[in-house]
Write a new protein. Structure first.
Length: 140
């Protein structure tokens, strides 16, 4: 009987963690190299759709996560009002007509953080839970 109660308590605790256990679920924020100024929603959309490649005289290098990334899906929905299929189709057409290339794809949020810290003009999105002091948040 005691083992059954202990098992029930352990299973209840594990169930309470839910599917998001260990995964950040905060807002998606954009971080930028210290050289990048604050950006508004329209600027973020223009950058990630290739319509703007410079802010002031600074060449902007947008960073993107892989298409299967849940964080990328959240970013596309929140900041571009698009889904993955629409975003991929948009860039397929844009490349075909010679209007640019999609943002540089990186493997992980950790790589976004590393590149943003070291590459002038770089911007990328991360989960708000991954922010650390000193990061340049350019859009929230």
């Amino acid at each position: 009987m005691r083992k059954r109660q202990l098992l029930f308590v352990l299973l209840s605790l594990l169930a309470g963690l839910g599917p998001a256990a260990g995964r950040p679920t905060g807002n998606v924020v954009l971080i930028g190299h210290p050289s990048v100024p604050r950006l508004d929603r329209a600027a973020v959309e223009r950058i990630y759709t290739g319509k703007v490649v410079e802010v002031g005289e600074l060449r902007i290098v947008p960073l993107d996560l892989p298409p299967d990334s849940p964080l990328r899906s959240r970013f596309l929905s929140r900041w571009l009002s698009r889904d993955e299929a629409g975003y991929a189709a948009y860039w397929t057409v844009r490349r075909y007509v010679g209007k640019g290339a999609p943002p540089l794809e990186v493997a992980s949020p950790a790589e976004v953080i590393r590149l943003v810290a070291t590459r002038p003009g770089a911007v990328g999105y991360i989960d708000e839970a991954d922010l650390t002091p000193g990061m340049n948040v350019v859009a929230r």
